[in-house]
Design a protein. Structure first.
Lengths: 423, 238
């Protein structure tokens, strides 16, 4: 029998047993859908991370207090307060002769704050920073302006609101936030009151990055944040913008040298600060995502193997059930290889069908996930690569052929006389 | 020229080191156009003989020449090809494919010979057995007698050199059985060689020659003097 004839026969046979055929391929459907979803999630996460880079601005270095592995988390993660990074460090790094490729240097402190306007009060995060923040991080102003150098140096009572905070305080009141005076206090401070600050600008919504809502934040002058809200004299971070990606390595070395000198550090292992290359950190993060999706894909593949065993089981039952048919086909001239081909194709067609259904389900679910993620404010792309589809289809067909091989072989080896007599 | 010639044909089965001698020293010739009944009680070896003659099985020793050629040297695939091109089968239990139409059942042998005129030939064969009106019926929608007629059409469709009918009336009432025998006699009159395997004398008497087998040996090989001629059934005139 020719290939096309076999295909027709196979599909007729499978259609005649719709319910069973579907149950047989369910394992394959789930496995393939799982693989497709996980690969799509991996790709979506990658695109999210890449989006973060653009959002943060490229060519960014970040200096954190405390030593440690520069690919690991900052010391603060462990609950240790490290006070080794101070305002004068930032000033040193601004020196064009010491760090020639730094285009902007921005020191910052962070904390949580309670913000009140009239009778409304919201809890949010604050960032004490400098005017250079706008040169380091990419963002635009919705209205008003960001802190300028004068306000920063004069320690002015000015504040810039993230869009979420602006909406929460002023939304629905019809009042323009610009020029309004809000009261800001450290969240841990229990008595009423707070520092009155005048709103000078609102930042355009930026969405989330690294699971932190960038819009639920207020920005105020560094020294004000340090002295009046936190009562500290050290920094949480210094961000440095480098003029070009080619000079990042050089700048990391420059920054390290300058800080080593000012901190009197002889050996690198004694360093009480860490220079992070944001791009490096992201690439570490993508490595983690990749490894994770590879791991999850492997888990989903187990379902394919289980599905394959289901195929094996059903095909064996089918061969037993159709023993007489096999005997008859042989009697009227089917060769062993024709019988083998028929049953192999049957298994392959089953799993191919399972693969196609799995891909469709996987795509629908991945799309739904991307919709949800976008709704939650993440730049989550719906990515289905041709490679993952081809992979899923070939793996599912292969599963059918591998697990269909033994039943097909068994069918082809049946003795036609015994098969014809089989009850 | 003999169509079939067997000499000193023997068949043994070995099961758990016990050798069963099913056929001993079988010798006969069958010419083209004959209608031979191989008759014997169950266990006589007649079915085994039929399986060997129809290339479903091989003899343990002795020679079997089909169209003057010794089949000993033929491989399994070639025997499958011979079955496909030279042999038609009619079984006691019909052996039609379930969930398949009458037409598709009849086409089955042609599917394996990659015949281009499958539908035309199948329709012609079904016409010969008076089932032109049942082409698209499924095999579970027709009667037992009609099933056996479908099987005869299937045996006929590749225009074989010989049609083997193994107890073709065994599962049928006498009326349907008569129709089947009528068709076999008609095919024989049209020139087909028919080999009928049966244990019933009444059925065997439809043949022109009866080879009687008992305990694996031929006990008689005679012409039928008072041959039963099956009457044409009104069903077939449709």
């Amino acid at each position: 029998m020719d290939f096309l004839g076999t295909i027709k026969l196979v599909f007729r046979t499978l259609l005649a047993r719709k319910g069973r055929s579907f149950l047989t391929i369910l394992g394959i459907v789930i496995g393939v859908a799982g693989v497709i979803i996980i690969i799509a999630l991996g790709a979506g996460a990658q695109s999210l991370i890449l989006g973060q880079v653009t959002k943060l601005g490229s060519n960014l270095l970040s200096v954190s207090p405390g030593g440690g592995n520069k690919n690991g988390p900052p010391s603060a993660v462990y609950g240790v307060t490290v006070t080794t990074l101070i305002n004068s460090d930032a000033d040193l790094l601004r020196s064009k002769t010491q760090v020639p490729h730094a285009t902007a240097v921005c020191a910052m402190v962070r904390g949580s704050a309670s913000v009140a306007w009239q009778n409304k009060s919201v809890d949010t995060n604050f960032m004490g920073t400098e005017s250079s923040y706008s040169n380091v991080v990419n963002f635009t102003m919705q209205e008003g302006q960001f802190l300028d150098q004068q306000q920063e140096q004069g320690n002015a009572n000015a504040v810039v609101l993230g869009s979420t905070v602006a909406t929460e305080l002023f939304g629905g009141t019809g009042v323009d936030p610009i020029g309004q005076v809000i009261k800001v206090k450290n969240s841990s401070q229990t008595q009423p009151g707070g520092i009155p600050l005048r709103v000078i600008g609102v930042i355009t919504p930026r969405g989330s990055s690294f699971f932190q809502d960038n819009d639920d934040q207020i920005f105020l002058p560094l020294v004000l944040g340090q002295e009046q809200l936190l009562g500290i004299h050290y920094l949480n971070a210094i961000n440095i913008k480098v003029d070009s990606s080619d000079n990042i390595t050089q700048t990391v070395a420059d920054v390290t040298r300058v800080l080593n000198q000012s901190h009197h550090i002889q050996k690198d292992v004694d360093a009480d600060f860490t220079v992070y290359n944001v791009a490096d950190a992201l690439s570490v993060l993508s490595t983690i995502t990749n490894a994770l999706s590879l791991f999850l894909t492997a888990m989903a593949s187990i379902s394919l193997v289980v599905g394959g065993i289901g195929i094996l089981n059903i095909m064996l039952a089918t061969v037993a059930e159709r023993t007489r048919e096999i005997g008859l086909r042989k009697a009227v001239g089917a060769t062993n290889s024709a019988i083998m081909r028929q049953f192999l194709l049957e298994a392959g067609a089953l799993t191919f069908l399972g693969g196609v259904i799995g891909i469709i389900i996987g795509m629908i679910v991945s799309y739904a996930i991307s919709l949800v993620m976008n709704y939650l404010g993440y730049d989550w792309a719906f990515v289905i690569s041709i490679t993952s589809i081809l992979l899923a289809i070939s793996v599912s067909i292969l599963t059918g052929v591998i697990f269909g091989l033994y039943p097909a072989l068994k069918a082809s080896k049946l003795n036609p006389i015994d098969a014809l007599r089989y009850e | 020229m003999s169509l079939i010639e067997v000499e000193n044909l023997k068949k043994n089965y070995v099961n758990d080191e016990v050798i069963t001698h099913v056929l001993h020293d079988i010798n006969f010739k069958i010419d083209e156009g004959e209608f031979v009944a191989i008759m014997g009680p169950s266990g006589s070896g007649k079915s085994t003989l039929m399986h060997i003659l129809s290339f479903l099985d091989r003899p343990t020793s002795g020679t079997y020449k089909f169209e003057e050629e010794n089949i000993k040297g033929f491989d399994d695939d070639y025997l499958a090809k011979l079955r496909n091109e030279k042999i038609g089968f009619v079984f006691q239990s019909f052996n039609l494919l379930a969930r398949t139409t009458v037409l598709d059942n009849v086409r089955l042998p042609l599917v394996y010979s990659k015949n281009k005129d499958m539908d035309k030939l199948a329709e012609k064969a079904l016409e010969a057995v008076g089932l032109s009106h049942r082409l698209e019926y499924f095999t579970n929608q027709i009667s037992g007698g009609e099933k056996q007629r479908v099987a005869i059409a299937r045996a006929l469709v590749n225009n074989p050199a010989v049609i083997f009918a193994d107890e073709p009336t065994g599962n049928l009432d006498s009326k349907s059985g008569n129709t089947v025998m009528f068709l076999l006699q008609k095919l024989n009159n049209d020139g087909h060689t028919i080999i009928l395997v049966t244990h019933e004398t009444d059925t065997a008497n439809h043949a022109k020659r009866i080879i009687k087998i008992k305990d694996g040996e031929i006990i008689s090989d005679e012409k039928v003097h008072h041959r039963t001629i099956a009457k044409e059934d009104a069903d077939l005139v449709k």
